[in-house]
Structure formats: C-alpha cells, structure tokens
Design a protein around this ligand. Sequence first.
Ligand code: PLP
Length: 446
Amino acid sequence: MIESFHRTEGDINFSPARQGWYALVRNGETAQYLAEDERHFLHQSMSTPCLDVLESCDGIYLTDKQGRKYMDFHGNNVHQVGYRNPYVIERVKAQMDVLPFSPRRYTNEPAVALASRLAGLMPEDLNRVLFAPGGTSAVGMALKLARIVTGKHKVVSYWDSFHGASLDAISAGGEREFRKGMGPLMPGAERIPPPESYRGIFHGQPESFYADYLEYVIEKEGDIGAFIAETVRNTDVQIPSAAYWQRVRDICTRHGVLLILDEIPIAFGRTGRMFAFEHYGITPDIVCLGKGLGAGVIPMAAMVARDSFNVASDVSLGHYTFEKNPLGSVAALAMLDFIASERLLEKVADDEAFMRSRLFALRDRIPLIGDVRGIGLLWGVELVRFRDTREKAVAEAERVMYACLEAGLSFKVSQGNVLQLSPPLIISRSELERALVILEQALHSI
Ligand SMILES: Cc1ncc(COP(=O)(O)O)c(C=O)c1O
C-alpha cells in the first residue's frame, strides 16, 4: 500500500515511521482519544488516523494532551498572526455577543467593512468580493464566474496543483491522488507542467518553455476561459520568476483567458507582501483567498474579482449559508489590523534574509539537502539521496520529520522529500533559531 501511495501533499498516516511515532505518544488519555477518533471518523489519508491529540494552542505553539509543545511550522496556513491571537479573540468574542450569524439576504457591518478593506488592498479594479466558508468554495465560485464572464468553459491548471478537495476543485486541479477512483469529473480541464525545479521530464528547460506550453494549449484547445494557479506553490515551495508571471499575464490577456490566482495558503504576509502577486508586478483577474483570512479562528474565504465582472446578478455563484459571516469578518479585519499595526510585512522581509542565510549554510554542511527555496516565511528544504541525480530521499525526510516532532517542531513533508517550513509570522528570532537547531540536529541524527 505504501509503495503504491504517490506522496504529494503531505506525509502519510500509515507508514512504519508513523507507527514508531505512536509508540512515543500513544499512552493514557492520548491513546484513548486517538482510538476514539479512529472509531468515529471515516479514515482518510493525511487526517484520521491522527498524529496526536491537541489540548490548546497559543502563539506559535500547539500543546497536546500530555503537555508536549510543538512549534507549529505548518498550521494548515491559517496561523499568520499566531494561534489565539488576543487581538483577534477579543474582537470575535465581542461580535459573538452582538451578531454571531447573518442569514443570507441580509448584510452586516463587519462583512461590508471587510469587503471594502480587501478591495482597498487590491490593485486596479479588483473590487468585487464574494465570501465563502472555505477556500475550495472560493475556487468553485471563481471557476463559475470565469465561465460566465468569458462564455468559455475550459480551464487550464498545473499538473500536481491542488485547489481544494471538492469534485469541481479536483477536476480543475492537477493532483492525480485526489482524483483517483472518483469517476467522471468536470470536463474541460487541461493541464500544463508547472515551472518548477523539483523533478519531471521537463527538468532543465528554461522557464519560457512553460509559458510557451500554456500558450500552445490555449491556441490548440480553444474555449479556454481561465488559467488557475498558485502564484507561489505553497506545499513544495516553487517560486517562478517575475519574467514568467509577466509573460503568463500577457498570454492570458491576449487570448481572453482570465488569470485566477489561488493565494489561499500564501496571502496575508506569508511571502513578505500582503499578496504574493505583488512580487511580480502583475494584476490577476480573480484572486482566491482563505485559510489565514479567518485568523485561525473562523473558517473564512473570499473571491475578489474585477469590477467589470459584476455581470452575474441572476446567478447564485456562491449560495453559502455562512456567506457574510460577521464572526469571520471581524476575525479577518482584526488579522489585517494586526499585520499593519505590528508591521509584520517588514518583519517577514527581515526574517526572509535570516532564513536564507541559515538554510543555505545548512545546505552547504549537509549533503542530504539538495535544494533550499524560499520567500518570506515560506521555505522548502528538499532532501535528496544524491545531489546530481536528485533522487528523492523519501524515507529520510519522514525520519527527519518525526525526529523534529519529537523535539517539538512540527512541519509537513511535501512531494515525499520537501520539508516545508511556514511558521506563524509572529515568530521571534530566537524561536526561529531554536527551530533551525532542532532541524539541523534531526538531519544529523538520521
Ligand atoms: C492552494 C490551495 N487552494 C485551495 C485550498 C482549499 O482550501 P480549503 O481547505 O479551505 O477548502 C487549499 C487547501 O489546502 C490550498 O492549499
């Protein structure tokens, strides 16, 4: 089973290394809750069976039932402003006492304020907003809107991309692992290779090759209404150049294809800018946001589109019960206020320089590290058996991950061999130092 499991998004929950981990944590109450979790939840990859049982969270830390503390360098990308951020919690609690829910057909002050705030942060005429309870739903709305605006139903995405787990999102996404066994999906999804360094038959091609490929598919296929992509790929940290994105922007414009940027995991300062596309001097046609939008407290996602796309008033693009969620809106407003008042974007730019110098030095010391890639506080450390062949060091990556967990550092492994490090943006320099010491010790220990 393990051999047939194609490792993509994250580490797997039925490997021998996972069993070794259980020997460490499975006792007392923890054992009881893990067993009950396995009894009551449907088992699925990357979830149940679970790693551990959590008791509380605070700042950059998760604490489990036995009092074990983890620095959380994964956080499902919701933890930009840290867990249980007091400023956020206070605003959400106050909103709880006034208007915790707003039925559809009504609006409310926090929702309007958040829509206006997001529009104000966006360039050009990106000022039309819809909220949704999760990122997958925001992607679904964007795909629908692109069909309506362009009159063309087909969408291009990258192989290996993930844009959510619902049927429409896995149809548009490029990860086989999420589509396998699902039967007929939404038609009209075309895929192109992503401009990435980690592997693939096109490895070694210049980036322009990947942009040419997009244009080729658009011209050959016809009826392409949208190209959906992560600006910077979150999981294994793939960072295209500005030349690539500017060329793609130009191709989309010339062919009447909407550029949908999925920034669900990486917006709100993760890359050192509020939105990752700001690094590239491009304006997308639609942006999808989520995860950290709700500040790690309330599920909240959004689609922001151009003003001229306000042409679907007779269609329900997102008929979600928790659409204009006042709690999610105050959480998001508090998160945005906190980023501004704490000058987190500047801090992340400083942290980027620190991480770059430390991780590059680590790569020079440790042959197992084949590549280090990063931007802001999003870093990928790729482990390889041999640097020249780039053969993935999958077993080693898993052992490093569990050794780090044991020492109190939690992160995810992507594509089987990329350690993905994305700490809360509030992390202090000494905490970052400590995490890197744990990582280095784990790398030496295996
Ligand atoms: C790039 C990207 N898009 C979309 C989603 C889906 O978001 P959600 O889990 O909130 O539905 C995710 C979640 O991991 C993601 O990483």
